[in-house]
Design a protein around this ligand. Structure first.
Ligand code: NAD
Length: 353
């Protein structure tokens, strides 16, 4: 699989995500999977069956001078020690999210990356998701006016997957898992700073880590966001719900189904007629008339950015900045810490983030 002109990457932790990275690397030019290491023998057999070279130990990876980059795709608790060891061995490092369990640990890694002059970057890949790019485009082009409220959630009914994700010692829990993705996306949607955080973590399944959470995040510019992750939701709410001064929008699911509804500015405001609702009448909750609103589907947004690995190779060659800057990764972890704090103290955390 190797080619001398290519950047050689070794996957450390050849589990679900580590093995998926082989597909991501294949889509990029200038980089190849050079080998893999995982302490579980059947994981190494799987790598071998795909023609990937096996390493007997992490140390063997680090001492191989042909290895340029180490990808860390292990459980979260060992990301820091493995990243630092790889950087000190002169390797560039890509680390899976959540990069570390605390923001202080990330600063330690960044310090070593600075000292060793190696690239350290984190695979916060959902900043390339189509649904997110559509919401970003909606907000940037003010398609529903100025957005003042958004709700972003992922909900499943399968509980916390796997084994280590259910344990605190491994950095488990849904806030550190899916929370990273949704919060990373949120912070890319506005230039404003966070002003306050309120949150509740869910422990419905009886695990020692959260099986989901609800957070309300307010920004200095007035935007409010509800960010929610659930693993006990047999009926799920839409992936995105966004309100603006001129309308509202919804993206229901990964299939990108949804719509944008705005006021029809060409039609004079018509007083709604009261409707029968339950055992009463309501005018306040009557739907707006068809003439006074415009319904449109979302337009697909073309992603013009390089993929993760293409960008990584360009960053390595000094031709581009890394697509996921470490200060942004650090900001996400700081926000996660405020969410944990708000939930534990049952209070609103007033903090500029
Ligand atoms: P997994 O349990 O499927 O795989 C983890 C593998 O790491 C296992 O095969 C295990 O044997 C191996 N491992 C454990 N300790 C090790 C060590 N010290 N050295 C080398 N290998 C070791 O877990 P997963 O779902 O693949 O998750 C791995 C990482 O990827 C986690 O950090 C997770 O949060 C992240 N992840 C990211 C995404 C994403 O979309 N970016 C998706 C899934 C998982």
């Amino acid at each position: 699989m190797t080619n001398e002109k290519n950047v050689h990457l070794v996957i450390v932790g050849f589990g679900g995500m580590g093995s998926y990275h082989t597909q991501l690397v294949e889509q990029a030019e200038g980089i190849v999977v050079h080998g893999a290491y995982d302490p579980i023998p059947y994981r190494m057999e799987l790598a071998s069956s795909r023609g990937i070279r096996k390493y007997e130990s992490f140390e063997a990876v680090l001492s191989d001078s042909e290895v340029d980059v180490v990808l860390i795709a292990t459980p979260n608790d060992v990301h820091k020690e493995l990243s630092i060891a790889a950087l000190r061995a002169g390797k560039h490092v890509i680390c899976e999210k959540p990069v570390t369990v605390t923001s202080a640990e990330l600063l330690e890694i960044m310090q070593v990356a600075e000292e060793t002059q190696r690239i350290f970057t984190v695979h916060q890949n959902r900043r390339w998701d189509e649904d997110f790019l559509m919401i970003k485009d909606l907000m940037a082009h003010k398609k529903i006016g100025e957005v003042f409220h958004l709700e972003s959630r992922v909900q499943g009914a399968n509980g916390i997957p796997g084994d280590w994700r259910q344990l605190k010692a491994y950095g488990g829990g849904m806030l550190l898992d899916w929370g990273v993705h949704l919060l990373d996306q949120l912070l890319l949607l506005t230039d404003s700073k966070v002003e306050s955080v309120y949150a509740d973590l869910s422990y419905v399944l009886g695990t020692e880590v959260d099986d989901g959470f609800t957070s309300i995040i307010k920004f200095k510019d007035g935007l409010t966001a509800v960010i929610e992750v659930g693993t006990t939701n047999y009926v799920k709410l839409p992936r995105w719900y966004v309100k603006g001064t001129e309308g509202a929008a919804v993206i229901r699911d990964w299939d990108l189904s949804g719509e944008i509804v705005t006021r029809n500015l060409e039609v004079e405001h018509v007083e709604p007629k009261p409707i029968q609702a339950g055992k009463g009448l309501t005018k306040t909750m009557a739907p707006p008339s068809e003439e006074s609103t415009i319904r449109r589907p979302f337009e697909k947004v073309e992603d013009l950015s390089d993929g993760f690995y293409t960008n990584f190779v360009a960053a390595l060659n000094g031709a581009s900045r890394q697509a996921v800057p470490n200060d942004q990764v650090h900001r996400v972890l700081t926000l996660i810490e405020a969410i944990f704090e708000a939930a534990e103290s049952r209070s609103i955390i007033m903090r500029e983030i």
